[in-house]
Write a protein that binds this ligand. Sequence first.
Ligand code: MF3
Ligand code: CO
Ligand code: CO
Length: 250
Amino acid sequence: MIIIKSPEDIAKMRVAGRNARAICEALAARVSPGITTKALDDEAGELMRRQGVRSAFRGYRGYPGTVCISVNEEVVHGIPGSRRIAVGDIVGIDVGVLVNGFHGDTALTVMVGVTDPDVIRLVEVTKQALQAGIAQAHVGRRLSDVSHAIEKTAATAGFAVVRDFVGHGIGRQMHEEPQIPNYGPPGRGPKLLAGMTLAIEPMVNLGCAEVNMLDDGWTVVTRDRRPSAHFEHTVVVGATTAEVLTESGC
Ligand code: MF3
Ligand code: CO
Ligand code: CO
């Protein structure tokens, strides 16, 4: 069952969404050559304390970090640690918070002095794929219209979407129904209704679509170890457009 949120619920999700995005963008601004992913995670913890919000990730199925930081060949769910950011890296930052009983979940990929034109294009196309998906998230469309728009954007550019991980409904739970694949034919699945809240999150690979899980049980990497990009917004389905709840608000 897909839970439809009331206007009061959505107001709370707007707060959670803005908090998550503000932290995500603050971390993105701190990424520079030499910094460890653990230092970024510590900063996230400090920002959450200051805002009075909780990490939605820490302790989730035993996840040990405050946020997820996924570098280059790491697709998603990178555990912050001693890895140091280097010039030429792309860094995925995924932030989830719980505020007032509701979740916000958002991610972006930042480039650190990247000059490889294929990598720059990968990051830009993944961001466009998210926007293309969001553009379908309104009444009159079906769920797989979102999926299809994402896949089409990535595939047209010659990139492969990850199939083993998906977007999701979000609300009182971080992961609610429905699952939102980043691929598929249009016009299938449930009709989108006003008040559905969705975390749309394309993961796009430069090389092949296949991924592996590292021995830490969390970090997802590309099988060919070539780079992968990830962007995510939490949105609410509206009559003619989606509202992005994870907008920075300033
Ligand atoms: N934020 C991820 C998502 O987009 C989930 C993170 S899993 C966790 O769905 F364990 F790190 F919390
Ligand atoms: Co996320
Ligand atoms: Co998510």
